[in-house]
Structure formats: structure tokens, C-alpha cells
Design a protein around this ligand. Structure first.
Ligand SMILES: CCCCCCCCCCCCC/C=C/C(=O)SCCNC(=O)CCNC(=O)[C@H](O)C(C)(C)COP(=O)(O)OP(=O)(O)OC[C@H]1O[C@@H](n2cnc3c(N)ncnc32)[C@H](O)[C@@H]1OP(=O)(O)O
Length: 718
């Protein structure tokens, strides 16, 4: 709703009231219509201030409404009425003015922002464009290049930047509403024509066409298949080229296409999924709202390899006190230099002082005696990790949470090395740990709800999207990756090339195909794991060379590693590079003839494989494993899996995550294709459709937000 009052004798004050972010729901929009009418018809009122309650101006349109039938008064005429008013309208912006919230403010004749406010048009991140006049008013106000930047990226700007760009007229450290009222009093009765942004001409550009061509090219490259950024450029182009009314028509037309698109649905789903994962629960009944985290001020990081360094940086940047431990003096010194460099570069980017003093460097594990929480990040070796946990159990003060950054090992085995297994959880960061947003927080059967809640809270504090997951080999992300990679290997055996597989995946929207990713992260990583599992040993030639434990196995990755081809770091992998450490992959004739020989040796007759098959086999195998994870209770819901893939594995955001994507494709189709491929490859268990998928299809393929009900029923029957 919106509340109306009159203050300082002649100022009408309209307060948006719709917690938590004063989104413009139908009720709020109706409230604005009613209160604006009241203010304009009250002869005592000479000017009007619009603000939001609880220090928040407005978070934009109510995103929840987009999924249903939109009712209530539309926003565009409301903003037109405000701009056309014959009394000065002033927006008092505290907290945030985003999307429709900023568009509402742009309809006002003046804008005052609090110094801590953030403003932006983030519609593009929801698969939309600013269709309440934002795409037409912002370029008229701040010029085409700056508007293109804000609208196509959706980035938020600070009040200071907004002032510099000309989005707001004034920034204050004091009470924003008081300052806005003062301004409203001072401009009462003054002419308003020059304050109506829709009447402005876009600041002229010498070469409009080349500019838009250049921007469009850049945006297309960055968007990698997303349609909203393209539509945003087209809408701004209309602002630059057309009179306002025609520009608004174009804005509406473009929005109509986006509004009903699958991409918008996916992006809006992922907005809510991101928030849903913070409301975690476990099969044993622990929940986010009944578990109290303990405050964490001082954290230790054990091991300063690549992961440990990134974790230390992330913690220090969030203002935590960090104790690092690296027993090798030389490694310790190198790490100190590297970490300081990372902190300095990060601080320079953010325009703050580097938090160098937040970190101490130690070679003795005794240094962690008084920390609140430890994150172990030593080499991925169970025996080594067990030793560290035994030591931690002795050295740390009682009550210290002990976390491991393992990417796949059994958290419970590590917990059993300590006297307090209830305080042990996994905190699985993704490389580079100071950049990647994802954190898998892994609870074992003995982890306490408080330990889980504390790790989740710490993740949030350091800016991660944290997802609580159960303990199993590879947890959620890496467990699902296994069938995906396996299919990619099989496709090479059957006739595909790394180039073909990667192209199909990149056209789908991944920034890199699986073979390029494998070259980047190092083929030896998977090789070590396979060797540890007893899979990668040389076998006799013939049939048995491609069978392990009764199932189909491709030794292609092992064979490359045996040749010392570890990817980018050795300059050779699935592709070749100009030098060891080179970054630009190019097709490698050696690999192609090796593959040819390999197929011939194993009697494999290559066939034509198209993009469709690549996508179906790689992605549906991954999705099938996702269903198994849900079945096993390792992830609480499809949103958890999707958020993990969106933030940790480069899944294209406009496809919503693998589980959402399965729903978009249609569960019956996914089931049908898996059945087809399993029939063709009965020695590949990952292709066998799992029970939950079958159950969902049998229950009419409900939408993704209803899957939890089916999962619950399935669990109760098991
Ligand atoms: C044939 C078809 C024709 C089509 C024609 C269609 C016509 C339609 C025209 C409509 C034109 C409108 C144009 C305007 C569009 C928009 O405005 S889109 C929305 C733009 N705004 C945003 O993207 C902001 C989104 N929110 C955020 O970024 C953050 O939430 C925040 C505001 C910065 C606050 O962050 P934080 O403090 O970290 O809190 P959160 O946990 O993120 O959020 C708290 C709760 O608030 C909910 N929420 C936030 N924003 C919205 C919103 N805009 N709508 C609904 N709900 C919102 C969020 O989900 C959290 O909820 P809970 O999890 O339940 O607590």
C-alpha cells in the first residue's frame, strides 16, 4: 500500500509500504494512484515527496507477480501521471531504487538520494528490460553510452556515482525525507517543463550507427545467447532515434517478447532459488530458522596452496581476522607475497585500503589455538587430511568449528578423527576462491545444526552463495559432473571430436566446453582420482581395456596423461597451446590421429554425431544424477542443485540450472531420451533413468516448485 500525509504545511508525503523492499505490487500501485490523486487535488499541497518505509525507497516491480495474471493499475501510466503533475514531485531515495523503483523516481521532477543508497535498472538480470519508461528516460537524462552501460549490465550504482552521472540532483548524509521536503518546499510553484525527462532530447551523438553496432557486438559476445541484453540495446536505440511516444511503443513491444520468454522465467526462477537456498533444511529436521549460528571473528586457514590463498583473501576482505598455517617455510613466504598481491589488487579495484593486517602467516599449527573456526585446505589426500584433523582436535580451543575444503572426500571420516565430530562440516570453495560465488556447505551425519548454521552464516558474510548439501562422493556439483564428463569421453570414442563437443556446449551457453575446461583445470586432477579408485591402471588391449567394474570405461583421459598431456600447463591436452601455460586452445592434429588410431585399435567405427546428441547425452546424464541426488536426500530441493550449477559450474543463467532446464525441456522427453540412450548403451548405468524422474513423470510432470512434494512422498515410501 501507500500512505498519504501532509507535512510542513504544504508538502504531501507519499510513503510506499510493502515490506521487505516496498516492491510495486498491485496494491502498492493502486496506493500510488490514490495518494497522488489526493495530493494533486488538495489545494493546500504545493509539492509532493515520495519515499519508502523502513529506509528503503523501492525494490522495483513485484517479481512474484510476473508469474501470474498481472492485475491492478499498470505502472507506465502511473509514472506518466506523476511526471505530468502540475506540482513538483520529489523522490526521497533511501536504501535502494531499483528497476521500477528507479523508473518511478525518474518520473519525478527531482531526486534526492541518501549517501548509502544504491540505484540501478537490473531488469536485464531477470530477462527483462526497464519497461516502465526506464529505457527511454535514462538515456535522455544521462546520455546514451552511460545508459547503455547501466541498462545492459543491470549494475547498481552508488549515490555518489548517480550524482556524477546526473541521475540524482542531490546526495545527503542526513535524513533523506527531511532534505527532500526542504527541496520540495523550495521548488513549490516553480515551472516544471524543464524537469520532465520525457521531453528531453537524447544528448546528440556524432555517430549513432557505429556506436550501436559496436555496443551490440560487445553485448552479443557477453550475452552468449541471452536475449534480454540485446533487447535492452534495441530499446535504448529507440530512445536515441525516435520521439518519446514512439520510443515507448518500441519499449513495450520489446518487453512483450521478453516477458513471456523461457529465458525470463529461468532468470526469475534463479532469483528466487538463490534466496530459497539460504532457508536450508536437512533430512534429520535441522533448519535455518531453528538453528542459531555462533559468531565467528577469527578464522584459521591450513594450507596455502591455490585454494588456501583464495580462501584467506576472501575472509580477510570481509573483515575477518585470519590465521594462516603453512608448514613449509618457502611455500609460506611465496604464499604471503601472493596473498598480499591479491589483497592489494582487490583493494585497488574497490578503492579501499588493502586489509593486509587482517592476516598472520605461521608455520606452526599451534597458532590456531584461539580461533573460532578452522578451514583446512591442504592437498586432496585423505591420509594427510586425517592427520591435520587429529592435530586440530588437540590444538584448538574447545568449541572450535573444524571445516574441510575437500572437493569430494568423506567429511564423516575426517570428523571421526576428532573428539568433536559434531563441530565438523565441509566448506567446499571453488577456484579461485576469492572470486567464485559458490560455497557448498557439507554436513555429515554427525554435524550439529549449529555447525552447519555457522558455516552457512560465514559463507554469507564473505559474500558467497552458500548451499547446504549432504555428504557423499563429490557432494552435489562434482558428483553430477562425473556422468557429464564420462559421456563426453564416450562421444569421442564414437566419432565426435573435442571441438564438436565443446562447440555444442558453448552454443548451449556454457562459456567453455568440457574439454577446454578440462585443459584449464588440468587432466591430471581427474587422473589422480581415477588412479586412487583403481580405475586408471593400464589394462590389456581389446574389450577389457574399456571396461571397469563391469561397466563401460573410457581410458582416453588416462592415455593422454600417460603422455604427459595435462592441458594448458603442459601446453598439450585435448587441444594444443602455443606454449606451456598458454591459454588459447587450437585443434591438435596429433590428438586427431591418436583418436583415429585408438578407435581402430579398439574396433570402434566412428559415426556422425550431431549437437543434439552431444547435449542430450551430456546434459541428461548430468540431470539424471541430479534426480538421484534428490532421491538420496543429498540436496533438499531442485533449487539447491540449480544454484550450485549456476554459481559454480558456469551453467548459463538464462537456462535456470539443470533441474529447471529439465522441466523446461519436459520431463517426459528427458525420460524418453534417457531410456533411448540406456537401451543403446546398457553398460552405462548413469544413463538408466532413476526412480524419482520416473515418479515425477508418472505424477504428471509437476512444475519444479512442486517437486519437493513428490520427493517427500518417495522418501516416506522408501
Ligand atoms: C503479453 C505480455 C505483455 C507483457 C507486458 C508486461 C507488462 C509489465 C510491465 C512491467 C514494467 C515493470 C518494469 C519494472 C520491472 C522491475 O522492476 S523488475 C524488478 C527489478 N528489481 C530487482 O531486480 C531487485 C531485486 N531484488 C534485489 O536485488 C534484492 O532483493 C535487494 C532489493 C537488493 C535486497 O537485497 P537483500 O537485502 O540481500 O535481501 P534479499 O534476501 O535479496 O530480499 C529480501 C526479500 O525481498 C524479496 N524481494 C526483493 N526484491 C523483490 C522484488 N522486486 N519483488 C518481489 N520480492 C522481492 C526477496 O525475494 C526476499 O524475499 P524472502 O526470501 O521471502 O525473504
Amino acid at each position: 500500500m501507500a500512505q498519504y500525509s501532509r507535512i510542513s504545511g504544504s508538502v504531501g508525503l507519499i510513503t510506499l509500504k510493502s515490506p521487505p523492499v516496498n516492491a510495486l505490487s498491485a496494491v502498492v500501485r493502486q496506493g500510488i494512484v490514490d495518494t497522488v490523486e489526493k495530493a494533486l487535488s488538495d489545494p493546500k499541497v504545493k509539492s509532493v515527496v515520495i519515499c519508502g518505509q523502513n529506509g528503503i525507497f523501492c525494490g522495483g516491480a513485484d517479481i512474484k507477480e510476473f508469474a501470474g495474471n498481472m492485475s491492478g493499475p499498470p505502472l507506465v501510466p502511473i509514472i506518466h501521471a506523476i511526471e505530468a503533475a502540475n506540482k513538483p514531485m520529489v523522490a526521497a531515495i533511501e536504501g535502494i531504487a531499483l528497476g521500477g523503483g528507479l523508473e518511478l523516481a525518474l518520473g519525478c521532477h527531482y531526486r534526492v538520494a541518501h549517501a548509502k543508497a544504491r540505484l540501478g535498472l537490473p531488469e536485464v538480470t531477470l530477462g527483462l528490460l526497464p519497461a516502465a519508461g526506464g529505457s527511454q528516460r535514462l538515456p535522455r537524462l544521462i546520455g546514451v553510452p552511460a545508459a547503455l552501460d547501466l541498462i545492459t549490465t543491470g549494475r547498481h550504482v552508488t549515490a555518489a556515482e548517480a550524482l556524477q552521472l546526473g541521475i540524482v540532483d542531490q546526495v545527503t548524509d542526513h535524513k533523506t525525507v527531511d532534505v527532500a521536503v526542504k527541496l520540495a518546499l523550495s521548488v513549490a510553484g516553480k515551472p516544471l517543463d524543464a524537469r520532465r525527462i520525457s521531453t528531453y532530447l537524447c544528448p546528440p551523438l556524432s555517430a549513432l550507427d557505429p556506436l550501436f553496432e559496436e555496443v551490440m557486438q560487445k553485448v552479443r559476445q557477453r550475452a552468449r545467447g541471452a536475449i534480454a541484453p540485446i533487447a535492452c540495446v534495441q530499446a535504448v536505440r529507440a530512445a536515441a532515434a525516435l520521439p518519446y511516444a514512439q520510443g515507448m511503443e518500441r519499449e513495450k513491444e520489446l518487453m512483450a517478447t521478453l516477458f513471456t520468454s523461457g529465458q525470463a522465467r529461468a532468470l526469475q526462477y534463479s532469483f528466487f532459488a538463490q534466496r530459497a537456498v539460504s532457508k536450508w533444511s536437512t533430512p534429520s529436521g535441522a533448519r535455518w530458522d531453528t538453528s542459531t549460528p555462533r559468531p565467528v571473528h577469527k578464522v584459521a586457514v591450513i594450507g596455502l596452496g591455490t585454494m588456501g590463498r583464495g580462501i584467506a583473501v576472501a575472509l580477510a576482505q570481509a573483515g575477518l581476522s585470519v590465521v594462516t598455517v603453512e608448514p613449509q617455510e618457502k611455500q609460506l613466504m611465496e604464499a604471503k607475497q601472493a596473498v598480499s598481491g591479491m589483497l592489494e589488487r582487490g583493494a585497488k579495484k574497490r578503492g579501499v585500503a588493502p586489509p593486509l593486517n587482517n592476516i598472520t602467516y605461521n608455520s606452526n599449527i599451534q597458532a590456531v589455538a584461539d580461533v573460532d573456526l578452522v578451514i583446512e585446505a591442504v592437498f586432496e589426500d585423505m591420509a594427510l587430511k586425517k592427520k591435520v584433523f587429529q592435530q586440530l582436535s588437540v590444538v584448538c580451543k574447545p568449541g572450535t568449528f573444524l571445516c574441510t575444503n575437500t572437493s569430494a572426500l568423506d567429511v564423516d571420516q575426517l570428523a571421526s578423527q576428532t573428539r568433536t565430530p559434531e563441530l565438523v562440516v565441509g566448506m567446499h570453495f571453488f577456484a579461485p576462491a576469492n572470486v567464485m560465488k559458490l560455497l557448498e556447505v557439507v554436513y555429515g551425519p554427525r554435524s550439529s545444526p549449529q555447525a552447519l548454521a555457522t558455516a552457512m552464516q560465514l559463507g554469507k558474510k564473505i559474500g558467497k552463495v552458500s548451499v547446504a548439501v549432504g555428504n557423499c562422493r563429490g557432494f552435489v556439483g562434482n558428483r553430477m559432473l562425473k556422468p557429464y564428463i564420462e559421456q563426453a569421453f564416450f562421444l569421442l570414442e564414437e566419432g565426435a571430436t573435442p571441438e564438436l563437443v565443446d562447440r555444442a556446449l558453448e552454443e548451449f551457453g556454457f562459456s567453455m566446453g568440457i574439454f577446454k575446461v578440462s585443459d584449464l583445470s588440468g587432466l591430471d586432477v581427474g587422473w589422480r582420482v581415477r588412479k586412487g579408485d583403481g580405475l586408471a591402471e593400464p589394462r590389456a588391449t581389446g574389450q577389457s581395456a574399456r571396461i571397469r567394474e563391469g561397466r563401460r570405461y573410457s581410458p582416453l583421459g588416462d592415455l593422454l596423461c600417460e603422455q604427459g598431456r595435462f592441458g594448458q600447463k603442459t601446453g598439450r591436452g585435448w587441444y594444443q597451446y602455443s606454449k606451456p601455460g598458454g591459454r588459447e586452445p587450437s585443434s591438435d592434429p596429433w590428438f586427431h590421429s591418436f583418436l583415429k588410431e585408438y578407435r581402430a585399435k579398439h574396433g570402434l567405427v566412428p559415426r556422425a554425431i550431431d549437437h543434439q546428441e552431444v547435449l542430450e547425452r551430456c546434459l541428461y546424464a548430468l540431470i539424471n544424477e541430479g534426480f538421484r541426488i534428490l532421491e538420496d536426500g543429498i540436496a533438499a530441493g531442485p533449487e539447491d542443485i540449480d544454484v550450485i550449477y549456476l554459481f559454480g559450474y558456469g551453467w548459463p543463467s538464462y537456462r535456470g540450472g539443470p533441474m529447471f532446464y529439465a522441466g523446461m525441456v519436459g520431463l517426459p522427453k528427458v525420460l524418453d531420451r534417457l531410456e533411448h540412450y540406456y537401451q543403446a548403451h546398457p553398460d552405462v548405468p548413469y544413463l538408466q533413468p532413476c526412480t524419482l524422474l520416473r515418479r515425477l513423470v508418472a505424477s504428471g510432470s509437476p512444475p519444479v516448485h512442486k517437486w519437493r512434494e513428490v520427493i517427500k512422498k518417495l522418501h516416506s515410501q522408501l
